[in-house]
Write a protein that binds this ligand. Sequence first.
Ligand SMILES: NC(=O)c1ccc[n+]([C@@H]2O[C@H](COP(=O)([O-])OP(=O)(O)OC[C@H]3O[C@@H](n4cnc5c(N)ncnc54)[C@H](OP(=O)(O)O)[C@@H]3O)[C@@H](O)[C@H]2O)c1
Length: 232
Amino acid sequence: MSGRVVAVVGASGAIGGLVTRSLLERGDAVLGTGRSAASLEATGRDAPPGRWWACPLDLRNPNAGDRLVEVVRSGPGHLDAVVLAAGVVAFGDLESTPDDVIEELFVTNVLGPLWLLRRLIPMLSERQGTVVNISAVVAEQPLPGMAAYAASKAALTAADLALRRELRRRRIRVVDVRPPHTETGLAGRAIHGEPPRLPVGLDPAVVAGRIVAALEDPAVEEIPSTQFTSDD
Ligand SMILES: NC(=O)c1ccc[n+]([C@@H]2O[C@H](COP(=O)([O-])OP(=O)(O)OC[C@H]3O[C@@H](n4cnc5c(N)ncnc54)[C@H](OP(=O)(O)O)[C@@H]3O)[C@@H](O)[C@H]2O)c1
């Protein structure tokens, strides 16, 4: 199953970085995106020649996907899959959460992925491609102090469920992944507020491993939170 071309959105992050390295080890080619060119460079440092393209972009820009399409066309020439592993989190009760934080959560976690995906659909359709979207456990079990983040992830999961059916006729598979809390440091990079006391989370390698396995298994359409265990 190696030899695919996969776009990893959020390749500069913890889960996206592990997914990228695992795909490269398996012989796939990766187009990695994130805002930070320096972090992307670090992710792709050991990539074999001709199997890594860095594409810095900001998901908050509605046209960001156009840049990714250009890099695909001028680089590998086709796209077999996209893994959306970018996102931001915020904590705190709604009353004290500023409007611009709520907006940023939705722009980054929901609108950005949808703006990007609609631009990738024609290329993915050419290859009977796969979309893997990382939502979160809070889409299933929303928690107090995380209303806006949970709502953004629930919106993403709702989009995935609709797109799974909508894109079937385009021969594109859509996989909604809802990991539990994972030890990536994301909570410490919250754009607002302090995280609640959290139990020890999953090893990020477990989440990345399940995502890479899902890319290879055409039967997988979702990975709910209950399907993650540290024993994987
Ligand atoms: N960690 C958890 O407990 C957990 C649990 C469930 C779900 N998730 C989800 O898993 C995904 C990955 O999270 P992670 O834990 O790996 O976090 P992370 O290490 O902070 O990675 C987040 C990634 O998103 C990118 N990003 C953020 N804002 C962006 C923007 N405006 N435009 C483009 N890229 C942007 C970051 O790159 P730059 O900063 O370079 O832009 C980075 O590559 C997120 O969607 C998160 O919500 C995480």
